[in-house]
Design a binder for this molecule. Structure first.
Ligand code: ATP
Ligand code: MG
Length: 395
């Protein structure tokens, strides 16, 4: 029954001179998210966006726009001619759909040529709804639902529902970030939360094929795919780095307790170099303070020392359960818990250091050809553009 969606956006309306850029990014992403769904004009007025949609597919359109960061809420709207009978009938339909309780009519009369004034319209429609339903009474001060009526030049809009959306900032408005994407629960959530703040994501995964399986890599591609609906252009470039030689070199290293620290330092060095090649200004990880040995304050300090890029860690203060809740909500959890080993679980030492020092890491690395191993790994890094439907193009 709905012909249009009223899309509200919050924070981006505060952006002063940048507002236009934010709105354009929001609308661009909305169109991409709508994809093949039918939609008509998209109009911006007074901090809202109206999208005309097909009455057959409005629900899918709500879902698609609901995945666009920056959108705060969505109301499905019925458009009717400027005629009181049509207005009454539609107000009643919306009233009938509402649960038992109190309501009020709230009219905005933008079109001053409309013969009835705002209070008269409220009174007329409110009376009509009350007399034709059994479950609603009027409460103009604190109603359970509001039936909104907007009298415009091209017709009247009516809506009563407001569906909450994700909020945040439109992707592409905060630059690009390189997400270190493992097959675990945390990094996809870290990616999702970075996109929520407007970051365009590229992903980087380290694999140790043939020690890790093809399935493990497919799992990571699947996780990337689950994030694409939120990402700029609803796709993601995923970099796959052959980490095997580094793993082998680390096996030879005489400091097994530092292995995870050294491994992470290699990952960050490679990520740093790739980000610089790509003009990317920040790295993103799923690190969480204190969760495992490599995530103590000492470990983070020693690992972080190999890069000057900002490393964003959106999960740093969260409890595991909070992270799991988000991963369930965004649909990555079931894939994350698939049992395929990643490069760290295969090579993990028994007693990793929880207080590794930078000097100790540097000493251990002095026995390795760090620059050569990083250059070789970079040379063995390929990317794919992952889209929601088809991810077979190697670039
Ligand atoms: P996750 O659930 O994201 O794997 P975790 O709690 O298991 O995180 P670690 O395995 O210690 O923690 O990894 C910490 C972070 O390092 C990950 O969140 C991810 O950003 C990065 N990382 C770990 N392994 C890889 C990998 N194979 N490829 C890319 N990034 C990785
Ligand atoms: Mg992990």
């Amino acid at each position: 029954m709905y012909h249009m969606l009223l899309v509200r956006y919050g924070e981006i309306s505060l952006k002063g001179k940048n507002r236009r850029r934010f709105e354009d990014a929001l609308i661009r992403q909305m169109k991409l998210s709508l994809g093949d769904l039918p939609y008509g004009t998209i109009r911006k007025t007074f901090g809202r966006i109206y999208v005309s949609v097909s009455p057959e597919t409005w629900r899918q359109a709500v879902e698609a726009i609901g995945r666009v960061f920056g959108v705060v809420s969505i109301s499905p709207v019925v458009q009717v001619p400027l005629d009181m009978d049509a207005l009454r009938a539609t107000a009643l339909t919306l009233g009938r759909k509402a649960p038992a309780g109190t309501f009020k009519i709230e009219t905005k009369r933008v079109n001053k040529q409309f013969p009835m004034r705002t209070p008269e319209i409220n009174y007329d429609l409110g009376g009509y709804v009350v007399t034709n339903t059994d479950h609603l009474t009027v409460d103009v001060h604190n109603p359970d639902i509001v039936i909104n009526v907007e009298i415009r030049h091209e017709g009247a809009y009516l809506f009563s529902e407001s569906i909450p959306a994700l909020g945040g900032l439109p992707v592409s408005t905060s630059g690009r970030g390189l997400l270190l994407l493992s097959g675990g629960i945390d990094s996809p959530v870290a990616g999702f939360l970075s996109m929520k703040r407007g970051v365009t994501l590229e992903g980087l995964h380290f694999h140790s094929y043939p020690f890790t399986s093809q399935r493990a890599q497919e799992k990571v591609e699947e996780l990337a795919k689950l994030l694409t609906p939120y990402n700029t252009k609803v796709q993601m470039r995923l970099w796959l780095c052959q980490f095997t030689e580094i793993q082998k070199a680390l096996q030879q290293n005489p400091y097994p307790d530092l292995k995870i620290t050294l491994m992470r330092r290699f990952m960050l060095r490679i990520a740093d170099a790739l980000a610089r090649q790509r003009g990317i200004l920040a790295l993103i990880t799923g690190d969480n303070l204190g969760q495992v040995a490599s995530q103590t304050m000492h470990s983070i300090h020693t690992i972080n020392a190999v890069t000057n890029l900002p490393v964003l860690r959106p999960l740093v203060t969260m409890d595991k359960q909070e992270i799991i809740d988000i991963s369930r909500r965004i649909g990555t959890y079931e894939t994350s818990i698939l049992p395929y080993e990643d490069c760290c679980t295969v090579f993990v030492p028994k007693n990793p250091a929880t207080r590794p020092k930078i000097a100790a890491a540097e000493e251990a690395e002095s026995h390795m050809d760090v620059a050569g191993l990083v250059a070789e790994a970079l040379a063995n890094t390929q990317s794919k553009v992952i889209t929601a439907n088809d991810d077979d193009d190697i670039f």
